[in-house]
Design a protein around this ligand. Structure first.
Ligand code: 5RP
Length: 294
């Protein structure tokens, strides 16, 4: 408690100044959420750009050791300066990710399938809310399978995560899966993203597609775009640029970073697009220059 000595005798109440904390919250669809929810969303989305760079390394939860992620303990620390959010499993976080660095945490909370399955659409809500809290999670990531055999159970997982998230002020990110039997059309993504938002997801992870502006406009919460299969760097940067310029509020990229020959420079080039307004061509020129400089 402050000592009473030296406190100022006079007071200034700025009676002509309007209340300063009245501006709307900058994350889409979050204006009426609790302070804690907003704080965690602010840990994800940069206040200046409104965007985020999530680095996805949760592939192992059903793919095992994928190329580029053989040593999480080695690659993640190298990328930390260029990313805003760590998107991973509890096992990866606890064993391989340094706690320092003030990065947001997007925790994969569903699991139950593997690459040996023909149908990947049956998962459970595997991580309980106490674990979510213990890991200082900023958003819970829940896989959903619209149009697949596991649709009902995946939407039940999402709804249970949203219920717990609202109780403990922890946002939920609905992840749109595009398995073998799901089409990658604007019609599908408009349907899937809107369903997840209507069910209470605070962020949606989806994929870039034609008519993306309409997908983004019709979704009342922010969209982040996954990179998908590894592309040549210019194409991956174009995907990021198209998504951001057409309404995505960030990327959640994995393979197009960790399977790049230069993952550090690639993640930095993506950051230029997401936060600094670079075009894909400008970002690729910067990327090449960084590699030349060595
Ligand atoms: C893996 C995932 C990834 O988080 C998501 O697909 C983003 O990674 P990538 O850019 O490699 O697609 O859900 O199961």
């Amino acid at each position: 408690m402050a000592d009473l000595e030296g406190t100022k005798a006079s007071h200034e109440y700025y009676v002509d100044e309007p209340f300063a904390n009245n501006r709307p919250f900058y994350v889409k669809g979050a204006n009426d959420l609790d302070w804690g929810m907003k704080k965690r969303l602010a840990n994800i989305f940069d206040e200046k750009s409104g965007n985020t760079v999530m680095f996805a390394f949760d592939h192992g939860y059903f793919m095992g050791s994928v190329s580029g992620l053989e040593r999480l303990d080695l690659i993640i620390p190298k990328l930390l300066p260029n990313i805003d959010v760590l998107m991973g499993t509890r096992g990866a976080l606890r064993t391989c990710v340094p706690v320092a660095g003030k990065k947001g945490v997007a925790l994969r909370v569903t699991s139950g399938s593997s690459m040996l399955d023909d149908d990947l659409s049956h998962e459970v809500l595997a991580v309980d809310i106490e674990e979510v809290i213990r890991l200082n999670t900023d958003v819970m990531a829940v896989q959903t399978f619209i149009g697949a055999d596991g649709q009902l159970s995946s939407l039940d997982n999402l709804s249970r995560a949203v219920n717990l998230g609202m109780k403990y002020s922890i946002p939920t990110m609905g992840v749109v899966a595009v398995g073998k039997q799901m089409e990658r059309t604007p019609r599908f993504f408009k349907l899937a993203t809107r369903i997840l938002a209507e069910l209470g997801a605070n962020i949606i992870k989806t994929y870039y597609c034609e008519e993306f502006e309409e997908v983004a406009a019709a979704c009342p919460v922010p969209l982040v775009v996954a990179g998908g299969q590894k592309l040549p760097e210019p194409e991956a940067l174009k995907l990021a640029y198209n998504a951001i310029s057409q309404g995505a509020r960030g990327v959640d990229m994995g393979r197009n970073i960790f399977q790049s020959q230069y993952p550090v420079q690639m993640s930095a080039a993506i950051r230029k697009i997401v936060h600094e307004g670079f075009t894909d061509r400008e970002a690729y020129a910067w990327y090449e220059e960084e590699i030349r400089k060595g």
